[in-house]
Design a protein around this ligand. Structure first.
Ligand SMILES: CC(C)(COP(=O)(O)OP(=O)(O)OC[C@H]1O[C@@H](n2cnc3c(N)ncnc32)[C@H](O)[C@@H]1OP(=O)(O)O)[C@@H](O)C(=O)NCCC(=O)NCCS
Length: 190
């Protein structure tokens, strides 16, 4: 990965590159809890795995080396509080599903977001808007792909509000998953 990532400062939140944070023990523990015990996170991500400490270290390895990955921090009167993560993946299985929707060499990525705390307060939409504008306007991405389950109302509304357009659907063990794309032209900044 050749991107030089910088902090992104929003109104209520700040996105901090995971490479800048490094292997922070408290954050690793918090992240493990979100992934293992937060049922809304597990349902939203469709994740049935259980993660031990070394699994999380493995994820951090990947986040720091291969992905454009940030943690989302909320600005509070006591300082910055980690509330989730946001990233774009530039190779691998997640992107393979979209192979007929882009040409080789185009700047594309697969978007992921998760709030382990402070959901439904507008912070997910704020973080996503800041991040996607950065990818498209500053880093030169041409298309961002994403997917979400139809029953995940917050995610569905967030994607629609940001300007994602549905491409196709899949049925994943009886749950409908919508696959979508965002282009610079369609990106909504308000
Ligand atoms: C999906 C997610 C990132 C959205 O972020 P958020 O901060 O909770 O959502 P926001 O407060 O920005 O709200 C986005 C929209 O959903 C609506 N919404 C939020 N929570 C909702 C809920 N529980 N039920 C129904 N609608 C909801 C909001 O009213 C808003 O709609 P609007 O744009 O029409 O005003 C967050 O809920 C999350 O991380 N969930 C768990 C993991 C997950 O599902 N990740 C996404 C996988 S694709």
């Amino acid at each position: 990965m050749n991107y030089k990532l910088t902090r992104l400062d929003g109104e209520h939140i700040v996105l901090v590159p995971t490479g800048e944070i490094g292997y922070n023990k408290e954050l690793i523990e918090l992240y493990k809890n979100w992934l293992n015990t937060d049922q809304e996170v597990r349902k939203g991500l469709g994740d049935k795995n259980t993660y031990n400490y070394s699994d999380i270290i493995g994820l951090f390895d990947r986040y720091i080396r291969e992905e454009l990955h940030f943690f989302i921090y909320l600005k509070t009167s006591e300082g910055l509080k980690p509330i989730g993560d946001i990233s774009v993946v530039i190779r691998g299985n997640d992107l393979d599903s979209f192979s007929s929707y882009y040409n080789y060499g185009q700047g594309v990525g697969y978007f992921k977001i998760m709030l382990g705390e402070e959901r439904s307060k507008g912070y997910g939409t704020e973080a996503a808007r800041l991040f996607l504008a950065y990818l498209i306007d500053q880093l030169g991405f041409e298309k961002i792909f994403s997917s979400y389950y139809s029953d995940n109302t917050a995610s569905k509304k967030m994607h629609e509000r940001l300007g994602f357009r549905n491409l196709f659907k899949k049925n994943d063990e009886g749950r409908e998953e919508i696959f979508s794309e965002l282009t610079k032209k369609k990106m909504r900044k308000k």
